[in-house]
Design a protein around this ligand. Structure first.
Ligand code: SAM
Length: 250
């Protein structure tokens, strides 16, 4: 039936694609994608030829209109992003929203997501997690966001780019304190995949010990605020955060 299929693609290892995803990619009328070269490469690996519709953050509104017109004409359109699950720290949400508003059927096709992949092998308490994705690029905005996030009783999930990893980890240590654990999930499913878990106190030294550890794509997981921190620790935590917030006041 005509519908918009929101379809997850691999986050590194091309074999991490489901049979259902391949079937849908092959039989769709068109594939809306972030970067046509990237998606063409994935499709050609599986011998699939498709019409591609460029749908990136700069043209999402116009692309949405074209996609909705085609859905209304009875077509099946697959929406993908460059890697992982569309609309999660990726374009796609606007197209999905517009399609739903226009009364179209939207069907999710699950697969890889860097956040959930990292969480699954982190060994942290994952009953609750808070997905934040990318932090603000500017230091002040980043630190006040972190101060807020540091109060959560849930594992924090961040996405980070290699050129900011050292600064971000320094900021995490400053705001969250030395005791909580961090997990570096680097290059998941790829050749140089690495998962490393340590106390935040030891995180800057671990990164600095080998330049390769600062390369590639990262998910950072940080343990939530201890639920039963004794009062003393809690006060210290509050004082540190208050201090950080005051530093930012004009
Ligand atoms: N939609 C994707 C998903 O479902 O995970 C996320 C896309 S976002 C633009 C890209 C960021 O996701 C990277 O900067 C990195 O933080 C994270 N990421 C994607 N692939 C990864 C991988 N193989 N290993 C570690 N992190 C990854």
């Amino acid at each position: 039936a005509h519908a918009l299929y929101v379809l997850a693609t691999p986050i590194g290892n091309a074999a991490d694609i489901t049979l259902r995803a391949l079937q849908l990619l092959a039989m769709a009328d068109a594939v809306a994608c972030e970067d046509t070269r990237n998606t063409a490469q994935l499709l050609s690996r599986y011998g699939i030829q498709q019409q591609l519709i460029a749908t990136h953050q700069h043209n999402e509104r116009e692309a949405a209109e074209r996609i909705i017109a085609r859905l209304a004409a009875g077509e099946r359109i697959v929406l993908v992003s460059d890697a992982g699950t569309p609309a999660v720290s990726d374009p796609g949400a606007r197209v999905v929203d517009a399609a739903l508003e226009a009364g179209m059927r939207v069907i999710p096709v699950p697969g890889a997501s860097a956040a959930v992949t990292a969480l699954s092998a982190s060994g942290l308490v994952n009953d609750h997690f808070h997905f934040h994705g990318f932090l603000p690029a500017k230091a002040k905005a980043r630190d006040s966001e972190l101060a807020r996030l540091s109060r959560l009783d849930a594992t924090l999930v961040l996405y980070e780019a290699p050129h900011r990893i050292v600064e971000t980890v320094d900021a995490l240590l400053r705001v969250f304190g030395p005791a909580r654990r961090i997990v570096f999930a680097r290059e998941l499913t790829k050749l140089f995949e690495q998962m490393h878990r340590c106390a935040l106190a030891d995180a800057p030294a671990w990164l600095a010990a080998d330049a390769n550890r600062q390369r590639g794509e990262f998910v950072l997981l940080i343990e939530g605020m201890p639920a039963r921190a004794d009062e003393g620790e809690d006060t210290l935590d509050a004082e540190r955060i208050l201090g950080l917030l005051l530093e930012e006041c004009p």
